[in-house]
Design a protein around this ligand. Structure first.
Ligand SMILES: Cc1cc2nc3c(=O)[nH]c(=O)nc-3n(C[C@H](O)[C@H](O)[C@H](O)COP(=O)(O)OP(=O)(O)OC[C@H]3O[C@@H](n4cnc5c(N)ncnc54)[C@H](O)[C@@H]3O)c2cc1C
Length: 350
């Protein structure tokens, strides 16, 4: 996990310095892993550290599984949520706060081996799977849980690359001061887009909300945004052009299936038009649906024996933190059952 070098507690192991965020974490590491790292073989490898992967990891730990989690970051999309109002146990919590609680639980109470890295390949072996990271390190496991979530969709129009972070942003950003008193536009009709509108409300002069369909966010969120006076809604419109010198200063929108366009002067454009599942890693191994989501059974099993998937990367109904977490828990329990069944068969055969 990410630990700042200056704040870290260190331990030497096989000539390598390891950094820990707490004494408990270091002690646990030294008791359980003393100088055995790097291990390369586990019963279970979990890929992805969003709500699904982290919950699978906590469950794997409580189920005393020999598990390892590899993830590019901690928290996944949940980190970008500024206002979570639908996670049980909290009336209101921000994404970063909730993820911090997940991390704390994983590091301090239910520790499992972990690696911050990108998985680039998963291959099927005779008795399990081989996982290759960006550093070309390989790890094997009897079973794998894929919890790689989703990535933001882009507009796919000219100038999108050029204006990135020069007025054009994907999702929410921390520092919105540059739009103080300015006109801005938000593209999208779901919860993410409307959360951005709510955040911009106190700062921006005027907010254009552009969506190619009618708004699809939760009714409570739509109601709140409808109360905001400085929002102009363009439902059934899309952005067709971006313009500006060094930074974005104008966009052009067009009503769907109509020729007439409308120019809008804006200082910022915030895009939240949905996400696509990160399933390309396993697409050659498992069945995916038309949207690219991994098709799973009620126990998170996929079409490939021993490979489980959980959360937003799957075709499970509902893309929400609580659902992804529940699916992660199910996947860990199912993976354990799979391993126990394999052991039983092996024992019976020997
Ligand atoms: C702006 C925003 C606001 C939201 N607000 C809410 C809300 O208020 N309430 C709510 O319930 N839901 C909300 N959601 C949805 C919620 O965040 C997701 O449903 C949830 O995070 C899905 O969890 P996940 O673990 O399946 O996937 P993700 O959160 O997408 O996590 C995937 C993880 O996999 C990792 N990963 C991906 N590919 C690789 C790879 N090749 N190698 C290693 N690691 C990899 C990623 O780094 C990440 O850690 C919001 C989403 C967004 C974007």
């Amino acid at each position: 996990m990410d630990v700042r070098e200056e704040d870290a507690i260190t331990a030497e192991c096989d000539g390598v310095t390891y950094y820990f965020c707490s004494i408990g974490c270091k002690d646990k590491f030294l008791t359980e892993q003393t100088c055995k790292l790097p291990r390369t073989s586990y019963d279970l490898i979990i890929i992805g550290g969003g709500p699904a992967g982290l919950t699978a990891a906590v469950y794997a730990s409580t189920l005393k599984m020999d598990a390892f989690i590899i993830t590019r970051d901690l928290g996944g999309q949940a980190v970008h949520s500024t206002k979570i109002e639908n996670y049980l146990g909290f009336d209101f919590i921000t994404g970063p706060e909730l993820v911090e609680k997940f991390q704390y639980q994983l590091l301090h109470s239910q520790y499992i081996d972990h690696l911050m890295s990108d998985v680039e390949k998963i291959e099927s072996l005779e008795d399990g799977f081989q996982v290759t990271t960006a550093e070309l390190k390989t790890y094997t496991a009897k079973t794998v849980i894929v919890a790689t979530g989703m990535t933001r969709r882009r507009l796919d129009i000219d100038g999108e690359e050029r204006f990135q972070r020069k007025g054009l942003f994907y999702g929410n950003i921390q520092d919105l001061s540059f739009v103080q008193g300015e006109d801005v536009a938000v593209v999208g009709g779901g919860n993410s887009a409307l959360q951005i509108v709510e955040n911009l409300n106190v700062l921006a002069r005027k907010i254009y909300l552009i969506s190619d369909t009618t708004l699809v966010a939760d009714p409570a969120v739509i109601d709140r945004v409808s109360q905001i006076g400085n929002v102009s809604r363009y439902e059934g419109y899309k952005v067709v052009e971006l313009a500006g010198e060094t930074t974005l200063s104008r966009i052009t929108i067009r009503e769907m299936a109509k020729a007439q366009t409308i120019p809008l002067s804006v200082k910022g454009l915030f895009i939240a038009i949905g996400l696509r599942p990160n399933s390309s890693l396993v697409a050659p191994l498992v069945a995916v649906n038309e949207q690219g989501e991994i098709m799973v059974g009620p126990d998170c099993s996929t079409s490939r024996e021993g490979l489980f998937a959980a959360g937003d990367v799957t075709d499970a109904f509902g893309k929400r933190i609580i659902i992804a977490s529940g699916e992660g828990a199910k996947a860990a329990m199912a993976a354990r059952q799979f391993i126990l069944a394999k052991r039983k068969i092996k024992k019976a055969g020997s």
